[in-house]
Design a protein around this ligand. Structure first.
Ligand code: HEM
Length: 612
């Protein structure tokens, strides 16, 4: 090889390597810019953010990824509790998120200042529309609540007692006739579908009957699938969602479609009711126009084909009793009161009622069935509790098939203590209830700031007793629009939250908090009466299973009533047993995905009839 050919190859090689390097340059530049951005962001969040001084693990301050891994593991409640134990009552759990475990701050955020809910709740939209739980601004929510709240007053609910007793007796009959164990989580879900269908839609869905006959209940399955759909839906953008829903797998499609299945059921009830109401008040009722997602159902209904939905056409539970009104009927009456509504308005109102009713179905079924399941699981392994409860029930229910009125159940001391203790440990919503620090222009802007308080206390002057950090250097740099939470200045937009899980495990209020002890809710006759009164007030104020303030559970009176009815009739008629091979500590270990559920996703128990 001569010198000129060597020169040529070297030049070629050099030029080739330059060309190979050139396209890599923009990538390298982009990579280094990205790395600089990430490092700067992490540095800002860790050291310069207004939340930088709040205690908590550094990796939580840097990114939401850490807490998200615990959400995905369905162990967020336990993780946050561990942080409180490690860092104290206020903890930074994300770059923009602060969790607290303090009674005074809880009252301030949820009751006094009534902060708006965070965007997290939008993942619970039904039919792509808001309902009470997903309406974020406080003022807008107040209007909604006014329309549905009268339905859940104890007086109104007492009108539904005959149906509720029927369902509970039907459930008991199913339990005593089974020779093997029953997955009561599934069975209670069917019970609650019947209960909500009856009180909210004024119909009999026959869900328990279907369960008994081994027939699949489409409404029950849809309610069960809805949270899974919510998680999926919130994880992908709208365009991708349409593709996801086309994945050719029958079960998967059923999950994606759970929203529409519920809307079909509710829409059919609403249209039927509206037609009845119009027939009664107008000579020529106008056919309402329904939104696209439910118009096929309306077409089927027009052809009088209710069976296409899998539900019998039945008379409303309100028939024959003009005072008893389902929630849907109530909302129709309130919202359709003006005859001057145009078609567009009617569609909007009807769509709104459908979403609201679906919201109650979704909120009421899984929550109540989970708590009920844990109650019976606890009875199965605590003979002492079971016997004491049964002794009281034997007295108030001489006839095992006659369920006492709510007023009697509410006065039954041990039953109430048992329900409260169950709600404390197994309340179905133990999770962070997220709220947002408002901006200065927001109506929920606090007019004064919060100081930490050690414990709840009813006695005047004994609140907010622990030392405030108001004079701390952190606050000296606070801007006017910041919110003072326990001495830390939180800028508008910060997400703040407490969780029932931790409020209910405060050792100062609930000693031996991990032990299931209904007796803690009873007055100890040997103790000082004043101290006893104070102790019980503290516990009651810290029990937040149904949330706090104006955004509290809308259906809590119904849930409380159903829990008492079901526990009373089932425990009066049966003994409960668990086979540790199928239901045990491990399978019942608590998981949370906003609502609680057992790790094994079932709760199999055997029910043995008691000698009467
Ligand atoms: C043991 C059973 C139940 C528990 C533990 C429970 C718990 C809760 C909690 C903690 C909230 C407040 C969420 C927040 O502040 O972010 C809530 C809201 C709600 N719950 Fe329940 N719930 C139960 C049963 C029911 C039932 C049976 C219904 C109705 C059929 C119902 C309807 C609602 C509604 C409509 C809301 C939204 C309230 C509003 O923002 O106006 N819940 N529930």
């Amino acid at each position: 090889m001569n010198a000129s050919s060597t020169d040529f190859s070297a030049r070629n090689l050099a030029s080739a390597s330059v060309h190979a390097f050139l396209p890599a340059k923009p990538i390298l530049i982009a990579l280094s810019l990205f790395t600089t951005y990430i490092v700067s962001l992490a540095f800002y969040r860790l050291f310069l953010s207004p939340l930088a001084s709040i205690p908590g693990p550094w990796y939580a301050a840097v990114s939401d990824l850490w807490i998200t891994t615990h959400v995905v593991r369905m162990q967020q409640c336990r993780t946050v509790q561990h942080l409180f134990d490690t860092y104290g009552p206020i903890v930074r759990i994300g770059p923009n998120k602060v969790a607290f475990r303090d009674f005074g701050t809880m009252r301030s955020v949820y009751m006094v200042h009534k902060f708006d809910k965070s965007a997290y709740y939008k993942s619970l939209l039904t039919n792509n529309n808001d309902h009470a739980m997903t309406t974020l601004p406080h003022a807008e929510h107040a209007i909604r609540k006014k329309t549905y709240a009268p339905h859940y007053t104890p007086t109104n609910l007492s009108l539904f007692q005959p149906e509720l007793h029927d369902f509970a007796l039907k459930l008991t009959d199913i339990l005593v006739t089974r020779s093997s164990s029953v997955d009561i989580l599934d069975l209670f879900r069917h019970l609650m579908v019947d209960v909500v269908a009856c009180t909210v839609f004024g119909s009999r869905s026959g869900s328990l009957d279907k369960w008994d006959k081994g027939v699949r209940d489409p409404l029950g399955v849809a309610v069960y699938d809805f949270p899974k759909r919510g998680i999926l839906r919130s994880a992908v953008p709208t365009w991708a969602w349409k593709l996801v829903c086309k994945i050719p797998n029958a079960r998967f499609r059923e999950i994606c479609n759970s929203d529409n299945i519920m809307a079909e059921y509710v829409g059919s009830r609403l249209y039927e009711m509206r037609a009845n109401m119009q027939a009664a008040s107008l000579s020529s009722p106008t056919r309402p126009t329904f939104p696209a997602s439910i118009s096929p159902i309306m077409d089927r209904l027009e052809k009088n084909d209710l069976s296409a939905l899998g539900y019998p056409r039945e008379s409303e539970v309100s028939s024959g009793d003009e005072h008893k009104m389902s929630l849907v009927e109530r909302l129709l009456t309130t919202k359709m009161s003006s005859n001057e509504k145009d078609k567009k308005e009617i569609v909007a109102v009807e769509r709104d009622i459908i979403s609201e009713a679906m919201g109650h179905l979704v909120a009421g079924v899984d929550s109540s069935s989970t708590t009920l399941s844990y109650m019976f699981w606890e009875l199965s392994r605590r003979r002492d509790v079971m016997h004491r409860l049964q002794a009281e029930l034997d007295e108030i229910m001489p006839d095992a098939r006659v369920i006492p009125d709510a007023t009697v159940l509410n006065k039954s001391e041990y039953l109430n203590a048992f329900v409260k203790e169950s709600l404390r440990i197994y309340g179905a919503v133990p999770s962070l209830l997220e709220r947002v620090v408002p901006s200065p222009s927001s109506p929920s802007r606090p007019s004064h700031q919060t100081k930490p308080s050690s414990k709840p206390n009813s006695r005047a002057g004994s609140r907010n007793t622990s030392p405030s950090r108001a004079a701390s250097p952190i606050l000296s740099t606070a801007r006017h629009e910041d919110f003072d939470m326990m001495g830390y200045a939180l800028p508008p937009g910060t997400i703040v939250a407490t969780q029932a899980w931790s409020m209910h495990r405060d050792e100062d209020v609930f000693p031996s908090s991990e032990t299931f002890l209904p007796e803690r809710w009873l007055v100890d006759p040997r103790a000082d009466p004043d101290a006893e009164e104070e102790r019980l007030v503290q516990m009651n104020q810290s029990l937040i299973s149904f949330g706090v303030g104006t955004r509290q559970c809308g259906g809590q009176n119904l849930a409380q009533l159903m829990m008492r009815i079901v526990v009373a009739v089932v425990a009066r008629n049966c003994d409960v047993r668990a086979d540790v091979g199928e239901t045990n500590e491990q399978s019942m270990s608590m998981r949370d995905a906003f609502v609680l559920f057992p790790a094994g996703k079932e709760c199999k128990l055997a029910f043995v009839p008691r000698a009467q």
